[in-house]
Design a protein around this ligand. Sequence first.
Ligand code: F0G
Length: 457
Amino acid sequence: MKTIIEPFRIKSVEPIRFTTREEREKILTDAGFNSFLIHADDVLIDLLTDSGTSAMSAKQWAGIMEGDESYAGSRSFYRFESIVKSITGHEFIIPTHQGRAAEKILFSIVGGEGKFIPNNTHFDTTRANVEFSGAEAVDLLCDVGKKPEVRADFKGNMNVDKLEDFIKKTRRENIPLVMMTITNNSGGGQPVSMQNIKDVKSVCDKYELPFFMDACRFAENAYFIKLREPGYSEKSIPEICREMFSYTDGATMSAKKDALVNIGGFLSINNDDLATKCRNLLIVTEGFPTYGGLAGRDLEAVAQGLEEVMDEHYLEYRIRSTAYLGEKMLVNGIPIIEPPGGHAIYIDAKRFLPHIPQNLFPGQSIVCELYLQGGIRAVEIGSVMFGKYDKKTGEPISPDMELVRLAIPRRVYTQSHIDYVAEVLIDVYKNRNNLRGYKFTYEAPMLRHFTARFEQL
Ligand code: F0G
């Protein structure tokens, strides 16, 4: 087989800035050893997130000029609505400025005290919006999804038995809807199988519960189904996407991922009454229903991006290039969540730095070292992001996994950028015994990872 190449050529470039090790030491110290507080200009390769960081195509930029900025009834809205309907099959399409705005609207209406929302794994903004409404967010990931070193095809699947038990125990009237995140970002960018989507749908039907999808990375999920699930290899990506959504009653979407744009999102719904309530709230918080917090040009770019993302050459390159980085790491003994996910590689920091206990933030230590050695920006997803304190004793409580995410922006970096990232990672791994832990010098009461400051021990 020949090398899978980038299915595009480059028409416009953006220089990246090289810094010296000495400069990076000062930059990192000034940033309190927090990668969120580093200026982007001081980063050489930015793997902080795949969200809003895609390179747009010539056609998307052309769409930006074509955008219809009419307040009401914009042509760009109708193009956007038509493509979203054709993918999701949902009837009512509500544009929002990004994914969490769709979540905020949905859960403001269906959430509230005494309610529970099951999901395979809630992404942090989804959890925050569920909890902000007073409801409880419940994760029911399959067991294999919690084992970083075990390879399985669909580690994002929901545990369907646990879902049914949960519904029986909690009673259906306390569960406004069941949610499923594809791919499962917080669990390593792992896909969900069509069979699992169908099984969750049957449980939802049995208890007459609506089923919603957090669809940020729907095309990547569809490509994994095509590659791995029996019966789908001959199906086209649009067919697989339509089938996935056909089992659902609605979706929230951050267009900043699989719509290949820098801003945008939507909420899509089949239920007329719920859609009317969501639209009314949208008018108060986002904008008129035919733009919902976006400019007409943004809607054009989303519409175009949604068509491009389902191209099989694109998806082959996308999934292959993420796996390529993962394989280079595995060959060199670097522990990661296996197999590589769709949008990111997740380093298992517990196994990478067994000498640093969880309360001294091994993930943060890797993040800092990657920046110091190579100007690479990653993000900790472990005790810094999800750690809590015991309410009685004040002792720190750590999450199950200590991860460092290397998220790959779409269509941005070439194979040699990724080779460079792997080389730096290998050096950091060789030097791992010299890495040290960190402690907070400042932490905010909520979402502390964004603003925290640290010192090295
Ligand atoms: N759901 C999932 C699964 C996500 O990954 C994100 C964002 C959102 C919802 C919220 O969308 O950012 O448009 O409001 N994930 C980004 C990340 C921030 O870096 O993984 P948003």
